[in-house]
Write a protein that binds this ligand. Structure first.
Ligand code: FAD
Ligand code: UDP
Length: 368
């Protein structure tokens, strides 16, 4: 008998398992993929850690979370500063004085603010009700048309005025010449890759890969006092309220016989004439000086059977359905639902870790 069977070895499952073991609990992790780590897993190709499920840059404002991850692996000082290619021109991201200069030739924050204020008039005074309104009210129509609209519609497969406003608020807007993609105090990549973090979290824990919980759910349930489920919540309930929408991605990875393909880790391709949204050149995350390079193109797609689940689509329609699943999940005595798929939240890594730590602490308190 186990205290916890943990379904999924992503960050949520791995943090929960680590904390439970540390508290003296008997834990087992089952994972349907052939490797551990969920979406932070890296392949090693030509000595380069290749982020198999998309580029992962760790960032947080929370010192406790930063200290927590650094207690398992040292992080480097990588700072994400993507560039965007739009109609043949390169722009800096996130939206900052460099971007405004490249777009309008303005030099001072006052000049940039004036243009943005004029262009955001169309929605002034109203609370933005969708991504398009939010984008225009934050940065004006030029930036929306040049750097947001086509990228977003490729990424989400939906028009910008049908998407939730919060998605675009993930990106900082600043009136300084600062290309750091995140506002957070702490940022970096684990030295030696994310697998080190996962291996360290799961050290000494009973794990089994290539096991799908649903192939033998009653067996796993019978082995444990509690189940921690980190897969998609609609799948858990056999889609009784209908399937939730997810966006998936297809990754095309190539090894090139040159040392430098694009001069930056992340280049976004805004225009819809490109089917992909971005090209990742992995060596830049760890300042690699290998003679070869590995790049990955990301092609967004709507999730369909056989794809991996990547992004919850938190629009109104899906949130109504999710709330029904969430209500059902609250009635469960035995099962904890956690992580990006089970909570149906556009979580970043630090938020997943925080959620796992918080839930485990609540567990300990309620058990005492
Ligand atoms: P997952 O990593 O999805 O893990 C869930 C695990 O459960 C998977 O391994 C899955 O195989 C397993 N599983 C599911 N169902 C079953 C089952 N039935 N039986 C057994 N196992 C099962 N965050 C950042 O902070 N910075 C970034 O730069 C960043 N970039 C991202 C880029 C992309 C393309 C994506 C998709 C996400 C990105 N994220 C980023 C978010 C980050 O990946 C997540 O916040 C985090 O990894 C989610 O962890 P998780 O444990 O909730 O889920
Ligand atoms: N986005 C955009 N243009 C860009 C980069 C991002 O319009 O060049 C929008 C897009 O809608 C995207 C959202 O901002 O989904 C959030 O971007 P982020 O980089 O956080 O997305 P993720 O890394 O999670 O895919």
């Amino acid at each position: 008998m186990f205290d916890y069977i943990i379904v999924g070895s992503g960050l949520y499952g791995s943090v929960f398992a680590h904390e439970a073991k540390k508290a003296g609990k008997k834990v087992k992790v089952i994972e349907k993929r052939s490797h551990l780590g969920g979406n932070v897993y890296c392949d090693n190709i030509e000595g380069i850690n290749v982020h198999k499920y998309g580029a992962h840059i760790f960032h947080t404002n929370d010192k406790e979370i930063w200290d927590y991850v650094n207690s398992f692996v040292e992080f480097n000082r990588y700072t994400n500063a993507p560039i965007a290619l739009s109609k043949g021109k390169i722009y800096n991201l996130p939206f900052n004085m460099n971007t405004f200069n490249q777009l309008w030739g303005v030099i001072t924050p006052q000049q940039a603010r004036q243009i943005i204020t004029e262009q955001s008039q169309e929605y002034s005074g109203n609370k933005p009700s969708n991504l398009e309104e939010q984008a225009i009210s934050l940065v004006g129509r030029d930036i929306f048309e040049t750097l947001i609209k086509e990228y977003t519609e490729k990424q989400w497969g939906r028009p910008c005025n049908k998407l939730p406003a919060f998605i675009i608020r993930r990106l900082p807007v600043r009136f300084s010449y600062d290309n750091n993609y995140f506002n957070d105090r702490y940022q970096g990549i684990p030295i030696g890759g994310y697998n080190k973090l996962i291996d360290s979290l799961l050290d000494g824990i009973d794990v089994e890969t290539q096991v799908d919980y649903f192939d033998n759910k009653s067996h796993w349930d019978s082995l444990a006092q509690r189940v921690v489920y980190t897969g998609p919540i609609d799948r858990y309930y056999e889609y009784i309220y209908g399937p939730l929408d997810y966006r998936s991605l297809r990754f095309e990875t190539e090894t090139l016989d040159i040392d430098n393909f694009q001069g930056n880790a992340v280049v976004n391709y805004i225009d819809k004439e490109y089917d992909f949204t971005r090209i990742i050149e992995h060596k830049f995350f760890e300042f690699g000086d290998q003679p070869k390079t590995v790049i990955t193109r990301e092609y967004p797609k709507e999730f369909s059977e056989g794809d991996e689940y990547y992004y919850p689509v938190n629009d109104d329609k899906n949130m109504i359905t999710y709330k029904k699943y969430q209500e059902l999940s609250k009635t469960e005595q035995k099962v904890i639902f956690g992580g990006r798929l089970a909570e149906y939240k556009y979580y970043d890594m630090h938020q997943v870790i925080k959620s796992a730590l918080h839930t485990f602490r609540k567990e300990v308190c309620s058990g005492e």
